[in-house]
Design a protein around this ligand. Structure first.
Ligand SMILES: Nc1ncnc2c1ncn2[C@@H]1O[C@H](COP(=O)(O)OP(=O)(O)OP(=O)(O)O)[C@@H](O)[C@H]1O
Length: 326
C-alpha cells in the first residue's frame, strides 16, 4: 500500500547570521536542513502503523511527502500505486489527511453544508453519500450537531465532524497527524474506536502520528520510531516492550515495612511511594529473587508485576540515545 525507499527531504533555510547588515538581508546565505534522512519502509493494506518521534523528528514532513503536499529531495515513494507528488489529484481520491490542528470545514455555517460541499468535490453518488452519512451518524454520533455552525461546536464535536467530512469518499488510506490533540478521554476513545472499526470493516490502512503514546498503544501493533530524520525502530510494539530490560512491581504493604531491608542488595528505583503502596522498577533478571523476598515477608500484603508502559519504554529510548535500534 505504501512503499518508501531511501526517502530524503532537505529544506533550504536562510543561515542565521548575527550581523544584521543590508548585505545579509539582500543576499542571504542558505544552508541545508535535513528533515528526513534516507528512510525506507513498507506498509501493507489494512495495517495500522504508529509513527512516533520527538519534536522536529521529521513526522509531519514524512506525512506531507506521503500525501503529495511536499516533493522529496530524493528517494522513491509510492502510495496506493501512485507517486504522490506527481499524481496528487488521483491520490487524493484514495487517501485522507487529518491534521488535529487544521480544519477543512466552513467555520460560520452549519456542519451539514460542509458535508454537501465535499460530496460534490469528490463526486459522491447520492446512494454512497447516504450510506456514509448513516455510518457517521451512528458511529460518530453526529445527528444532533449537523445543523450547528462549526464555530459553536466543542472541540470533541468538531473533531468528529472533521473526521467524518474527511472520510466521506471512503479513502483506502488515512494519514492522521495528532487526531486526538486536546480531546478528553471519552471523546478520544470514541474516535480511536472508530478508526479501529474502519480498519476492520473496510480494510482501511492507517498511518497515525501522535505524541499521545497511549493512542498508539491502543490501536497499533506496529510502530516506527523516527529521530532526527532517521528511523530508529520499525517493528512490533510487543517486541519493543519485550526488549525492555525492566519490570515494574507494585507492592501493597503494611505501613511500617522496610523496603531497604526486604530488598537489600537489589538495584531498584522507587517510582511511587505511598503509605500502603510502593511502586518500584527493577531489572528483569532480578524479578525472580525480588518476588521471593516479597513472598517471604509478613509485612507484604500483595504485589503485581507489570511491563513498562510503551510511553516509559520510548522515554528511555529517547533519553538514553542508544543509536540504532533496528
Ligand atoms: N518548511 C520548513 N522549512 C524549513 N525547515 C523545516 C520546515 N518544516 C520543517 N522543518 C524542519 O524540519 C525538521 C522536521 O520537522 P517536522 O515538522 O517534520 O517534525 P515533526 O516530527 O513533525 O515535529 P513536531 O512533532 O514538532 O510536529 C525540523 O527540524 C523542522 O524545524
Amino acid at each position: 500500500m505504501i512503499h518508501i525507499k531511501d526517502l530524503t527531504k532537505i529544506y533550504r533555510v536562510p543561515k542565521q547570521n548575527k550581523k544584521k547588515s543590508l548585505r545579509n538581508f539582500l543576499f542571504p546565505v542558505y544552508e541545508d536542513k535535513i528533515a528526513v534522512d534516507n528512510i525506507s519502509f513498507d506498509v501493507e493494506e489494512a495495517e495500522i502503523i504508529g509513527f512516533v518521534g520527538t519534536n522536529g523528528a521529521g513526522k509531519t514532513t514524512t506525512i506531507k511527502m506521503l500525501s503529495g503536499i511536499l516533493t522529496p529531495t530524493s528517494g522513491k515513494i509510492i502510495v496506493n500505486g501512485y507517486i504522490p507528488y506527481k499524481n496528487r489529484n488521483e491520490l487524493s481520491k484514495n487517501i485522507a489527511v487529518i491534521m488535529g490542528q487544521k480544519s477543512v470545514m466552513f467555520y460560520d455555517i452549519p456542519v451539514i453544508e460542509s458535508f454537501k460541499f465535499y460530496k460534490d468535490v469528490y463526486s459522491i453518488s447520492i446512494n454512497d453519500y447516504k450510506k456514509r452519512m448513516e455510518l457517521f451518524l451512528d458511529k460518530l454520533e453526529l445527528s444532533n450537531i449537523l445543523n450547528i455552525p462549526v464555530r459553536k461546536l466543542s472541540l470533541g464535536q468538531k473533531m468528529r465532524c472533521e473526521i467524518a467530512v474527511s472520510l466521506l469518499h471512503n479513502p483506502k488510506i488515512l494519514f492522521l497527524d495528532e487526531p486526538t490533540i486536546g480531546l478528553d478521554i471519552i471523546a478520544k476513545h470514541k474516535i480511536l474506536d472508530f478508526f479501529t472499526y474502519l480498519n476492520k470493516e473496510f480494510n482501511t490502512t492507517i498511518f497515525l502520528t501522535t505524541h499521545d503514546i497511549a493512542d498508539i498503544d491502543k490501536i497499533c501493533k506496529r510502530i516506527i520510531i523516527i529521530d532526527k530524520g532517521i528511523i530508529r525502530y520499525d517493528g512490533a510494539i510487543k517486541e519493543l516492550k519485550d526488549r525492555d530490560q525492566y519490570k515494574i512491581i507494585e507492592i501493597m504493604h503494611e505501613k511500617d515495612y522496610n523496603l531497604e531491608k526486604i530488598l537489600d542488595g537489589f538495584k531498584k528505583e522507587i517510582l511511587v511511594s505511598e503509605e500502603y503502596k510502593t511502586t518500584i522498577k527493577v531489572v528483569k533478571q532480578d524479578v525472580g529473587n525480588v518476588v521471593n523476598n516479597l513472598i517471604n515477608n509478613p509485612k507484604i500484603v500483595d504485589f503485581n508485576i507489570n511491563a513498562l508502559s510503551l510511553e516509559s519504554v520510548l522515554q528511555e529510548i529517547y533519553l538514553n540515545d542508544q543509536g540504532e535500534l533496528l
